[in-house]
Design a protein around this ligand. Structure first.
Ligand code: ADP
Length: 801
């Protein structure tokens, strides 16, 4: 249906909206001019020209503010509202362009030229139409702003022009865009523009969706994390733990304050970053945390100012230790060299000697003399390389090795570090700890010691290492090579007395809270303790026994309520404090006995007197050896027996004497393991004494290895053995001639207190030790050739010892 078209129409400017042909829209009209235009249209029953303003903000637009093209529309309804505005329902009809404008007072009147659509038919247009419909349908499915019924209403639309304009009116586009679509009179152009707009909308809405999803997720995550965080906090509070955050901040501050080498700081930084990202209570967190703690509690640069002043060192060593003249001299020489070369280089000191002779306490004095801190690590029983070097962090419960742990204790990089009992390390399938120790002690390598746990180079080059051992045997040779060995031997009774008086008693008085002089020990009392309550090379038990007396006195004082009473400990009163004596003093036999000879043995804990007993029984030539003897000592017994058999005729025995008897050799105190060849001559003496029924001089002790020909080979541990002899009340000792040079090493005091005979051959030993009755001869005069003819020769390659 066509409206009557006048050439002139009242004009109503629109804000914010473009009316398309076919579109029905309610408009709320308030501007006077617009109301007048509406009224004019109603009066004249004419259409109204609706055109959009280029700029919404202008209230009273002129021609220049209006687009050229608009829509002719009919006014379907007018409704006056009480506030003076009008609600109008309009329907767009046709496109038109303004060709002339007359301005009345009350409204604009325009002359327009209608703009018919072009290219509205043909298969191409149909295809366009279908594509537009499909696209719009798809778009409306995702876009909630488009009412469902629109789709149904346009589904049956055959007129593609109508379709295009309806779609255009339902899209939420900017006014400028809509105007542009309105202005396209060519239908294909219009549809193309529309589709472009829809595509953009689809894209935008998809983008919007992903953004929305992201935002949503982020919000959910933050909420979730917040929720979990709160929960953890609550749990921690329940468990009585503080907030993790403070802890880490504290740690960070400590790290920031600590001086660390660059690679270490870098590593700690990385670990700290890891730590911050971890939930505070996981197992992994503890691992990282422990690692950081291990690094932080280790000294990296801290050190004590230390100088070596030889005079002061000498003074300190003298103050702390009695005697040990040679040891002190060697130590001072060593320190002097260190002072000259400034940096610790060259061999490591190794103090070797029996327990309780002051090895550790000398190390302590060295530390004091050098003004350095002292730490001590016992290597006894260490059998795993990882104990020295630590476990890799991948192990559960991994820790740094003992060296690094000790350095943590030291808190400085230059302590005096005493490695005790280096001879007691063992080796097994878990690797050789001594190899790791070699690296620790080697000045060429130890500036970059790599602990498996730390996995960082640690500088040990400023550490002053000292090692101690009971004997050299257990120390691997490569390690011995790096060491400067200083031997300490046991103490004589006099030395022990002086040490007790000058050092142990004052020390124990102080430790137990007495004033100097509160307890006085008489010399006889101390001697009694040394002789009958202790048996040792060093003074450890002596010190312990003195401590025990001090404690008993302290108790007595309190009991009697006499806190200032002074005590005198005499030989007679010792028993009251210590009970019955534990050891028999003077191991020399009370009587000269047949078949009982006294030897001198050396063990790691010092020298010992060794009684060797032989008895004969009727039998068939069996040799039994008892007393927990090692292989070498058993062989030694057999060699002794062979020697005696070879000498049978000369000794006045029948050549087949051994076939009618069994011989039992016993070495008492079987609990102590004994080994070594040095009891050879003692065994021979004991056997011969038993066979010939001639007693052995009880004041004689002997030591020496024998060959099958009766020659005597040198032995080791001379000083310790002679000390034992003196302790055992022996006056006369028989030593191998070849040990003569070693005698010079033995303190003169010991040497002079004994009659020392150097012997070459067992025959000499027998001559001296057996108490042959006057007028009798030990050896029968028989040519030697006849004696040796049936002897088998075995090689002697066991070390002299
Ligand atoms: P080691 O390490 O050789 O087994 P220690 O150093 O533990 O022996 O010594 C044991 C005790 O004996 C320490 O209290 C030490 O001070 C003391 N001591 C050892 N020798 C002497 C000495 N010559 N002078 C003073 N005290 C000594």
């Amino acid at each position: 249906m066509r409206e009557t078209t006048a050439k002139r129409y009242p004009l109503m400017p629109l804000r914010d909206i473009v009316i398309f042909p076919g579109m029905v829209a309610p408009l709320v009209v308030g501007r006077k001019k617009s109301i007048a235009a509406l009224e004019n249209a109603m009066e004249n029953r004419s259409m109204i020209f609706l055109v959009t303003q280029q700029d919404d903000s202008i209230d009273d637009p002129g021609r220049e503010h209006l687009y050229d093209i608009g829509t002719l529309a009919t006014v379907m309804q007018l409704l006056r509202l009480p506030d003076g505005t009008i609600k109008a329902l309009v329907e767009g009809k046709r496109r038109a362009r303004i060709t002339g404008l007359t301005e009345f007072d009350s409204f604009f009147s325009v002359e327009v030229e209608e703009l018919p659509d072009i290219h509205t038919e043909g298969p191409e247009i149909e295809a366009y139409g279908r594509e537009l419909y499909r696209l719009f349908e798809e778009f409306s499915r995702t876009n909630k702003k488009i009412p469902k019924e629109i789709l149904t209403s346009i589904a049956g639309m055959e007129n593609i022009t109508r379709l295009a304009d309806t779609v255009a009116s339902h899209l939420t586009l900017k006014t400028g865009q809509k105007q542009e679509i309105l202005e396209r009179v060519s239908l294909p152009d219009r549809i193309a523009l529309l589709m472009e707009a829809i595509y953009r909308e689809v894209e935008l809405s998809e983008l919007e969706k992903t953004i929305q999803a992201k935002v949503k997720k982020k919000m959910a995550d933050t909420q979730r994390n917040y929720y979990l965080g709160e929960k953890i906090k609550a749990i921690q509070e329940e468990m009585g733990q503080g907030e993790g955050g403070d802890d880490i901040a504290e740690l960070e501050e400590i790290i920031a304050r600590k001086k660390l080498p660059d690679p270490v700081r870098e590593k700690v930084g990385k670990e700290l970053k890891k730590l911050k990202q971890m939930p505070p209570m996981s197992a992994e967190t503890t691992v990282v945390r422990n690692y950081i703690d291990a690094i932080v509690s280790l000294p990296w640069t801290e050190k004590t100012a230390s100088t070596i002043d030889i005079n002061r060192a000498e003074q300190v060593l003298e103050e702390d230790h009695y005697g040990l003249k040679k040891t002190k001299e060697r130590i001072l020489e060593y320190l002097a060299v260190q002072a000259q070369v400034k940096k610790i280089k060259g061999p490591i000191l190794c103090l070797v000697g029996p327990p309780g002779v002051g090895k550790t306490s000398i190390c302590r004095s060295i530390a004091r003399a050098m003004d350095r801190k002292f730490i001590r690590l016992s290597l006894g029983g260490v059998r795993d390389e990882a104990e020295i070097r630590g476990h890799r962090r991948t192990y559960i419960g991994a820790m740094p090795g003992k060296i690094i742990l000790s350095m943590q204790r030291a808190e400085v990089i230059n302590p005096v570090f005493c490695l005790d009992e280096v001879d007691k390390m063992s080796m097994d399938f878990r690797g050789d700890p001594s190899a790791a120790l070699l690296e620790v002690l080697d000045p060429e390598q130890n500036f970059a010691f790599n602990d498996h746990y730390l996995d960082l180079d640690y500088d040990l080059s400023e550490v002053f290492f000292i090692t101690t051992a009971n004997s050299l045997h257990g120390i691997p040779l490569p390690l011995q090579d790096r060491m400067e060995i200083i031997k300490l031997s046991g103490y004589t009774e006099e030395e022990k007395l002086r040490i007790a008086e000058g050092f142990l008693v004052p020390k124990q008085l102080e430790v137990n809270g007495f004033q100097p002089g509160d307890i006085r020990f008489s010399d006889q009392a101390l001697l009694e303790i040394v002789r009958r309550y202790t048996r040792e090379a060093g003074v450890r038990s002596l010190e312990r026994t003195i401590a025990s007396i001090c404690r008993k006195v302290a108790r007595d004082r309190l009991k009697k309520n006499q806190p200032d009473r002074a005590y005198r400990i005499s030989r007679q009163s010792i028993g009251r404090y210590l009970g019955a004596a534990g050891y028999r003093y003077g191991l020399a036999e009370e009587q000269d006995a047949i078949g009982l000879a006294t030897g001198m043995a050396w063990t790691e804990v010092g020298g010992e007197l060794l009684q060797i007993e032989s008895t004969l029984m009727p039998g068939s030539g069996k040799l039994t050896v008892t007393g927990k003897l090692g292989d070498v000592m058993q062989e030694s017994a057999r060699a002794a027996m062979s020697y005696v058999r070879s000498r049978a005729m000369r000794l006045g025995l029948e050549p087949d004497f051994y076939q009618k008897i069994d011989l039992h050799i016993h070495v008492p105190e079987g609990a102590i393991p004994k080994d070594g060849p040095s009891a050879g001559i003692t065994m021979v003496t004991s056997i011969v004494s038993a066979l010939l029924k001639i007693p052995v001089n009880r004041r004689i002790a002997m030591t020496g290895e024998i060959t099958l020909r009766g020659r005597i080979l040198p032995i080791g541990g001379l000083t310790e053995k002679l000390l034992a002899a003196r302790r055992g009340n022996i006056t006369h000792v028989l030593l191998p001639q070849e040990n003569e040079r070693d005698l010079k090493e033995v303190p003169a005091k010991i040497r002079n207190s004994l009659t020392i005979d150097l012997v070459n051959h067992v025959d000499e030993v027998l001559q001296k030790a057996l108490l042959v009755r006057e007028g009798e001869e030990l050896f029968k005069d028989i040519p030697l050739e006849s004696i040796y003819k049936d002897i088998t020769v075995s090689s002697h390659n066991t070390p002299a010892h």
